[in-house]
Design a protein around this ligand. Structure first.
Ligand SMILES: NC(=O)c1ccc[n+]([C@@H]2O[C@H](COP(=O)([O-])OP(=O)(O)OC[C@H]3O[C@@H](n4cnc5c(N)ncnc54)[C@H](O)[C@@H]3O)[C@@H](O)[C@H]2O)c1
Length: 318
């Protein structure tokens, strides 16, 4: 298949694209490369530094699928520049969809976020649950979903609402829960927990990528919205799993600044045949192995917010 991946140089894209190449697909990746470029060279990969807002410069047609990952990808980053957040996700997605329509692309698979449900104490947060996004990031994701769904008659639309992703990637993110706590335990010998009661769903990065591969192949009749998160755990529970595995101490701070708390119910995706193969424990082990082999070190660009503040905003907006 010929597949366009937006945001292909990001945390998820850097694991996904090698898997897609291994499957024999031809890939066009477009990315601003804010956090660098860790993609391998490959005869079937056209790796372009291109802002989604210039999507019309792409001279391609007959795409089978677009996997749309490009976004400002967490809550604090979205707050850095509100206009940029709306432009990057919502406006650029509108431009992308017009482009996909014009080039007669068959399918789009969109990385939304499980956080569109907002704070919820419900045990079962399914795709039927109403959305109550609380942060700008969540609201942008919700609106972007709606833009994509408005093209459902012309393009097969698959919306994925992932949990927080965990595990190793060549473009590492040390600002997502499991990765951050594990790295801190390994590197500093302590796991800092702020609050700790907040419940978050999790998904291993390999399962995340498997979901994109699953939906590339799935019959069009399965188009729709899917939650993707398999372990709902409080931050303190996650910290305890890490403590048990790597033996570092937990330090709890009484901090209520991040109240986001929700669970995801992913029965719908499992009922159509998807089964997760990994979990939080596998992510911790893999990160530990990379760290011990000195293949994972602290780098500024692994902290997306810090990096964007230091680079992008300085250059362009301040
Ligand atoms: N990582 C998670 O825990 C998680 C959870 C839920 C949803 N998601 C969503 O999955 C997607 C991928 O997440 P990620 O963790 O790989 O994020 P990431 O920040 O590592 O990757 C996003 C990529 O998009 C690129 N990008 C941003 N704006 C662009 C633009 N205008 N044009 C071209 N490229 C642009 C960035 O350079 C970056 O490489 C995002 O949409 C994110 O919101 C991620």
């Amino acid at each position: 298949m010929k597949i366009l991946v937006t945001g292909g140089c990001g945390y998820v894209g850097s694991v996904l694209i090698p898997k897609l190449l291994n499957d024999g697909h031809k890939i066009i990746s477009i990315d601003t490369k804010w956090f660098g470029d860790y993609l391998p060279k490959h005869k079937n990969l056209n790796n372009l530094k291109l802002d989604l807002q210039n999507i019309n410069k792409l001279k391609i047609k007959n795409l089978d699928c677009c996997i749309h990952l490009a976004s400002i990808a967490n809550d604090p980053m979205a707050e850095l520049d509100k206009n940029l957040s709306w432009e990057t996700s919502a406006l650029n997605t509108y431009n992308l969809l017009e482009f996909l329509k014009k080039t007669k692309t068959k399918r789009i698979i969109y990385a939304s976020s499980g956080s569109v449900y907002g704070i919820s104490k419900k045990k079962r947060v399914t795709e039927q649950t109403g959305l109550k996004p609380i942060s700008l990031y969540n609201k942008v994701k919700m609106v972007t979903e709606r833009i994509i769904l408005s093209y459902s008659k012309e393009i097969e639309t698959f919306i994925i609402r992932p949990a927080t992703v965990c595990g190793y990637s060549p473009r590492m993110r040390l600002d997502v829960t499991v990765n951050a706590l594990t790295f801190s335990g390994l590197h500093k010998g302590k796991i800092n927990v702020f609050g700790g009661k907040q419940v978050r769903p999790n998904i291993h990065i390999d399962d995340m990528c498997e979901i994109y591969r699953f939906f590339i192949k799935k019959n069009r009749k399965y188009a729709g919205i899917y939650n993707a998160g398999f372990e709902n755990k409080s931050i303190l529970e996650i910290a305890n799993i890490i403590k048990k595995k790597i033996g570092s101490k937990i330090v709890i701070y009484n901090d209520k600044s991040d109240p986001r708390s929700y669970r995801l119910d992913s029965t719908k995706i499992t009922e159509i045949g998807f089964k997760p193969r990994k979990n939080i424990k596998s992510a911790i082990s893999e990160i530990e192995t990379k760290y011990n082999k000195k293949l994972l070190k602290e780098k500024d660009n692994y902290y997306s917010l810090k990096w964007l503040k230091k680079t992008l905003l300085k250059k362009t907006f301040i």
